[in-house]
Design a protein around this ligand. Structure first.
Ligand SMILES: C=C(O[C@@H]1C=C(C(=O)O)C=C[C@H]1O)C(=O)O
Length: 355
């Protein structure tokens, strides 16, 4: 490993030992790591979207929107080759300790969601669960390296604040990108297991649940932009899964759009549902656990004139040897409970592969 990279990982190690706030990440299809190490232990709340730094925002307002302000951080970057960080860490057998809902309870949650859709004007609701697994001697850096290697086209991150906890993830989903006068987001929904090819057929249920997301995004951003362009839907691979994706783009003429866009879009029907508030109320009332930062968003705000947020998906929260894995899926009137459960099992597998 090059000396620069050794030093970079030492910096992360030091931050972990000293229990300091930090975030380290690699953007999709890149091989450049960025580390923000906050100088103090203070927990900074995001005050407005003119600030500069790394944002960590929750699903709902039960938690605070946080920022590591650029001015309070030491920032380091490095490039790397994937071979250099391939530490051949062996997959270990992981024991599931509990799930916020077991299979039967999750199937009931899906049935309740289908009933909710059938008896109200709701079109979609995304339900989820939290699975807790145990692993003695959890190694943060080795796991992070494995995540980088396994999920090259994801936003791979490790975020820590002693007052909040340690989160890691490999998100396949862009939330909001403003860069070089262009706005970009995506509608990502519909899931199937990858078997050898990305040339697959999608059932009407998946096409419909993804279309809801695309339509919601277009409706939300159309009043803001002169022209909105779309590309897709097309199939993308995320680890061992496939999703349907549509890219949504527009030219940006004002500098003052980030807050407006974030408020309008978050949480999108990819992770919440439609209509937004009804689905959110259903989730908070029925899921039976608090999502906190899962299905929130995270990323750089106003750094080098660009903002790059991702949805906090395929993520886990680590508390010593206890690892909480967060997984969910979109429910429509055509959902079949057993298949929805299987989808969460496949999504959990992706995270367990790096443990
Ligand atoms: C909610 C999650 O994923 C979201 C739901 C998807 C689906 O329902 O098919 C697909 C991608 C994500 O937008 C998750 O992975 O936990």
């Amino acid at each position: 490993m090059q000396q620069q990279l050794v030093n970079f990982f030492n910096e992360i190690e030091q931050a972990l030992i000293a229990k300091k706030p930090f975030v380290v990440f690699n953007k999709p299809n890149k091989n450049g790591l960025t580390l923000y190490k906050q100088n103090s232990l203070e927990l900074f709340e995001l005050e407005n979207y003119h600030q500069k730094g790394f944002v960590f925002a929750p699903f709902s307002s039960s938690e605070k929107q946080l920022i590591f302000p650029e001015s309070e951080c030491e920032k380091l970057t490095t490039t790397f080759n994937f071979e250099e960080i391939n530490n051949n860490k062996q997959k270990e057998v992981i024991e599931i300790i509990s799930s916020s809902k077991n299979e039967k309870e999750y199937n009931n949650l899906v049935s309740d969601a289908v009933n909710f859709i059938n008896t109200t004007s709701a079109e979609k609701v995304v339900v989820s669960r939290k699975e807790i697994v145990s692993k003695s001697n959890f190694e943060v850096i080795a796991t992070f390296k494995k995540m980088l290697n396994n999920y090259k086209n994801a936003f791979v991150y490790c975020w820590h604040h002693p007052k909040v906890g340690l989160w890691m993830g490999a998100s396949p989903e862009r939330f909001l990108n403003i860069e070089n006068g262009e706005f970009k987001t995506m509608s990502l929904a519909g899931t199937q297991v990858y078997v050898d090819t990305v040339k697959v057929n999608w059932k009407e249920k998946e096409k419909e649940e993804q279309r809801y997301v695309t339509d919601f995004i277009i409706d939300s951003v159309s009043p803001i932009f002169k022209e909105v362009k779309i590309k897709g839907p097309y199939t993308v691979k995320a680890g061992s899964l496939l999703h349907l994706r549509t890219d949504i783009l527009a030219k940006v003429t004002s500098n003052d759009l980030i807050e407006k866009l974030a408020l309008k879009l978050h949480p999108t029907p990819a992770v919440c549902g439609l209509p937004k508030q009804k689905a959110k109320d259903f989730i908070i009332k029925n899921e039976g656990y608090n999502r906190t930062y899962y299905t929130g968003f995270l990323g750089e705000l106003n750094i080098e004139n660009s903002t790059n947020f991702y949805v906090n998906l395929r993520c886990m929260q680590i508390d010593n040897s206890t690892i909480s894995i967060y997984i969910g899926g979109g429910i429509t009137k055509s959902s079949i409970a057993k298949l929805e459960w299987n989808e969460t099992v496949s999504k959990a597998e992706i995270m367990k592969k790096v443990l």
